[in-house]
Design a protein around this ligand. Structure first.
Ligand SMILES: C[S@@+](CC[C@H](N)C(=O)[O-])C[C@H]1O[C@@H](n2cnc3c(N)ncnc32)[C@H](O)[C@@H]1O
Length: 210
């Protein structure tokens, strides 16, 4: 998707992907990553997800990459935290205690700038990207995180019935991106209640990549 697409979504408050509370699959399965106490978790394409507040409440540190400054300003407002803001190459770095948010294109984020992370939590990131960008994204993500273990959440539905995002990603595609680099375990697969936009049935999967 073009950057303008997402900037428009945030400007018009069309953020149907945003959940009002921490994602149930995150809460249920995050422990499977076995990351150290106080470990640092990277959330690519993080929006202003409530998952960040949940991870902080569990004692983890968080880092994120997000195109929209509007999203990151709302995130800090909702966390009730005043960030320090500085330039970081082509990105803008919003920093607070235990939080580093890099605003701009994730493909401009280097491993050096990001720093060490113990895990990646990808919810609505891989599925937000069109087919043509997903291979580049997964390679870049592994590159900048040193192939840190991942909890990945994907959706699957009949792509003929609805345009993405979110895009439908079959199990085979998840395996194709990651099987040479991780051991993959599908932890859970469940129906999305009511399907997507009342248009089609959909299933949500949680994957553990170790
Ligand atoms: C579907 S939303 C998911 C947000 C969040 N993960 C959640 O679960 O609520 C995808 C987000 O990715 C951001 N985004 C899209 N392309 C990006 C890019 N190239 N670099 C950084 N962020 C990007 C969008 O602005 C949007 O907030």
């Amino acid at each position: 998707m073009e950057a303008d697409f997402w900037h428009r979504k945030w400007a018009n408050n069309e953020t149907g992907f945003h959940e009002g509370e921490a994602n149930a699959l995150l809460v249920k399965h995050f422990g499977r990553l076995s990351i150290p106490e106080g470990g640092r978790v990277f959330l690519p394409l993080c929006g202003k997800t409530r998952d960040i507040a949940w991870l902080l409440s569990q004692g983890y540190r968080v880092a994120g990459a997000e195109l929209s400054e509007v999203a990151i300003q709302q995130l800090f407002d909702e966390l009730g935290t005043e960030p320090e803001v500085s330039a970081a190459g082509n990105l803008t770095h919003y920093r607070a205690d235990k939080i580093d948010m890099f605003v701009g294109d994730i493909f401009q984020l280097s491993g050096n700038l990001l720093g060490q992370v113990h895990a990646v939590y990808d919810r609505a990131a891989l599925v937000a990207l069109p087919d043509s960008m997903r291979e580049v994204y997964t390679s870049h993500l592994m590159d900048i995180t040193g192939r840190a273990p991942q909890l990945l959440i994907t959706f699957e539905y009949d792509q003929e019935l609805m345009d993405g995002p979110p895009f439908s990603i079959r199990d085979g595609e998840v395996r194709q991106h990651y099987r040479n680099h991780y051991r993959l375990t599908q932890l859970e697969r469940k129906d999305v209640p009511g399907g997507f936009k009342g248009q089609c049935a959909a299933r949500e999967s949680a994957w553990l990549l170790t």
